[in-house]
Design a protein around this ligand. Structure first.
Ligand SMILES: N[C@@H](CCC(=O)N[C@@H](CS)C(=O)NCC(=O)O)C(=O)O
Length: 325
């Protein structure tokens, strides 16, 4: 059987991605090996963009409009190529880990490697893949790989999505424009997905993808409307930060695995930035439940990394937050 040409699938998905501001090459190479489908403000995309920046890798980027372009049939067809063997997610726990929740065919980031004819999905897998295939500093050194990947896994399993989409019942600190945008967003997603389901009738793979996504988003709407679920998500994050403090003390260096900046730091930088952005920095500041000057100092070091600044803080389309200077 002929192997699918992923560059052809990507070219098809790109037909509607034409805005030059959001669809552009990053770096000097006019024809880079990697093509990345991402979103300016997506946490999982932040991990991948930071990894690319740390490696100094060029790529063609598509900053997709949420939640429209990431549902387009040609994009979903491309992404499905990277998750063929995986069980699809159809439920919701406030986390977005592919390992524990399943594969979502309608999200970003998706990486295309034109040289290897591969589609790679899942931010964790994409970051590891880029680290292995692109030249530059090794972000997962062999001698500490176990601990680096354990930390990456912790960030992957943190309920970041819950605290973006939903409000803490007693203390909603999310910046107002985001809180407003998230109001009713699951219903809007389901409406769009329902229309697409009609449009792709007969295409089994796409129908399945849209059905599972509708089930997931319906469960998500219920989750964020349940005050106890939202309270638990914030409490769980406080516990995670408490353990981060202990791990930093044990590591004894500037970074979470010691003296070397690794993929674990890429992921923590993205996570801590997001939590601060949402106004959840109080968890580890002053007399918060996980108060830790060590975590605060670590956060500051992470925010100062030029790669992180370029890929996240200064990236076009990342909105400001009143919680960040
Ligand atoms: N496990 C996946 C999760 C990807 C994911 O949930 N992406 C979010 C942004 S961080 C998304 O694209 N959401 C859009 C939507 O649900 O419509 C990964 O790490 O890549």
């Amino acid at each position: 059987m002929n192997e699918t040409n992923v560059s052809e699938l990507a070219a098809k998905a790109n037909e509607t991605l034409t805005d030059p501001e959001r669809n552009r090459t990053v770096g000097d190479d006019p024809n880079p090996r990697f093509e990345l489908y991402h979103m300016a403000f997506s946490l999982c995309s932040h991990k991948v963009r930071t990894t690319l920046a740390e490696k100094g890798a060029n790529y063609t980027g598509h900053d997709m409009i949420f939640p429209v372009e990431n549902y387009a049939p040609d994009y979903v067809r491309l992404r499905l190529k990277g998750g063929e063997q995986l069980e699809q997610v159809s439920d919701y726990t406030g986390r977005s880990s592919t390992t524990t929740e399943g594969f979502d065919p309608c999200v970003v980031p998706t990486l295309v490697d034109h040289e290897a004819n591969r589609v790679v999905i899942d931010s964790k897998a994409i970051c590891e893949y880029i680290n292995e295939t692109a030249p530059g500093a090794d972000l997962v050194p062999d001698d500490i790989a176990g601990e680096v990947l354990r930390q990456v896994e912790i960030v992957d399993g943190t309920p970041h999505v819950a605290v973006l989409y939903g409000k803490h019942p007693g203390n909603d600190t999310r910046p107002a424009p985001v809180a407003e945008r998230m109001e009713g967003v699951h219903a809007r997603k389901c409406e769009r997905l329902g229309q697409l389901l009609e449009e792709v009738k007969g295409d089994e793979a796409l129908e399945r993808a849209y059905r599972n996504k509708i089930a997931k988003e319906t469960a998500a709407a219920k989750f964020i409307a349940t005050p106890e679920d939202m309270r638990n998500a914030v409490d769980e994050i406080a516990g995670i930060i408490g353990r981060l403090d202990a791990d930093l003390e044990k590591a004894g260096g500037d970074w979470i695995c010691g003296e070397r900046y690794t993929l674990a730091d890429v992921c923590w930088g993205v996570s801590l930035f997001r939590l601060k952005w949402l106004g959840l920095g109080w968890l580890w500041e002053d007399d918060g439940p996980a108060a830790s000057p060590r975590v605060e100092a670590y956060t500051r070091r992470l925010m100062e990394r030029p790669g992180f600044r370029k890929a996240v803080i200064e990236h076009p389309g990342v909105p400001p937050s009143p919680h960040l200077a």
